[in-house]
Design a binder for this molecule. Structure first.
Ligand SMILES: NC(=O)c1ccc[n+]([C@@H]2O[C@H](COP(=O)([O-])OP(=O)(O)OC[C@H]3O[C@@H](n4cnc5c(N)ncnc54)[C@H](O)[C@@H]3O)[C@@H](O)[C@H]2O)c1
Length: 327
């Protein structure tokens, strides 16, 4: 594919910045729109002179129109991510999610931009009916009263808009649903960084013998953790060979229990673990593992096992705990 001008919203975020790096490496001209509410300029270190950074809020239409001017395609990733925000700021999650999507579509239409890539989420299924879950599983908001579903609901609205406007006004709309992406500098509001830092604190508090470590739920809940490099590879595969108005899972089929995540971290720390369980958060899901055969048919193959990616991620958090938000 020839060099293109690409706007990445949320481009200083965890996934956005990795995508931006790859697009720059592939010779594209990249503009980033991010308000840095959760984006971190350090994630773009080394390529800051190769990109154009526009600081601004996706909820401001004029900002989005200006950022989209002159672009060939838009990759829309700006969203309020992080489970704790779904519970504490559900109205913000929806405000950014819905207005952001409306503004991106309208800005593309204003400038005649024909290609839109949208980041959705595995949370559109809530409790998936089948494991592994294929892209055609029903999208569900089980209870509008539960603030957690602000996120999944916002993603469902975004997908519906991208597809229905895409049919009429775009040449190419591709949607990816990432499944539990992890890696260094992924933010602090996720299970892997929280486990890494909590485990280290617990280990310091119990310098000898097994380290007491409490997790939410029974520990038997599962997730399929996809290393950031594999995610980027998946999105690039979709961008190169995906079909207009199609949705693709990007993730891995390596399903692992939350208890085993804690065990891997303990093993990496060289300490025995005393795992303690507690009730699961209302609205959180028992199992998650994507069927990735649709993207695999286009050539996608995840390469990094959790046992390889987790130590690198945990080390980053142990070395950069000073970046953690002060509570
Ligand atoms: N990380 C995952 O495992 C995962 C899983 C499923 C879906 N996703 C989706 O992928 C995308 C990227 O996720 P991420 O993990 O990089 O999250 P992230 O929070 O690191 O990135 C989101 C970016 O959006 C920006 N943003 C938030 N509100 C904004 C606003 N009002 N205006 C402009 N920018 C704003 C943030 O500053 C941040 O840089 C998101 O759409 C997310 O919902 C991520």
């Amino acid at each position: 594919m020839s060099a293109r001008k690409i706007l990445v919203t949320g481009g200083s975020g965890f996934i956005g910045s990795a995508l931006v790096r790859r697009l720059v490496r592939d010779g594209h001209q990249v503009r980033v729109l991010d308000d840095n509410s959760r984006g971190r300029p350090r994630r773009l270190d080394g390529i800051e002179n190769d990109i154009e950074f526009v600081g601004g809020d996706i909820r401001n239409f004029e900002t989005v129109v200006a950022a989209a001017r002159g672009m060939d395609e838009v990759h829309h990733l700006a969203f309020v991510n992080g489970t704790e925000f779904f519970y504490s700021q559900p109205e913000l999650v929806l405000d950014v999610g819905v207005k952001g999507m409306v503004h991106v579509i309208d800005a593309c239409r204003r400038h005649g931009i024909g290609t839109l890539i949208l980041a959705s989420s595995s949370e559109v299924y809530q409790t998936p009916p089948h494991i592994p879950t294929a892209e055609d599983a029903p999208l569900v908001v089980p209870d509008p009263m539960n603030p957690r579903y602000s996120y999944g609901g916002g993603k469902i609205i975004s997908e519906l808009m991208a597809i229905n406007f895409g049919r009429k006004y775009f040449e190419r709309v591709l949607i990816f649903r990432p499944h539990n992406v992890y890696g260094p500098d992924m933010g602090f509001e996720h299970v892997v960084p929280q486990f890494a830092l909590r485990f280290r604190k617990a280990a310091a508090g119990s310098p000898t013998g097994p380290v007491p470590f409490t997790i939410q739920g029974s520990g038997l809940e599962t997730r399929s953790f996809c290393f950031i490099d594999d995610l980027v590879e998946g999105v690039m595969t979709m961008r190169a060979r995906g079909e207009h108005l199609n949705i693709y899972h990007v993730g891995t089929t390596e399903e692992i229990s939350i208890a085993d995540v804690a065990r891997l971290i303990a093993r990496h720390a060289g300490r025995p673990l005393d795992l303690l369980t507690s009730p699961r958060l209302e609205g959180s899901t028992g199992r998650r593992c994507p069927d990735i055969s649709k993207l695999a048919a286009l050539g996608y193959k995840p390469r990094v096992l959790l046992a390889q990616g987790l130590p690198r991620t945990v080390d980053w958090y142990w070395e950069h705990d000073h970046f953690a938000p002060k509570s």
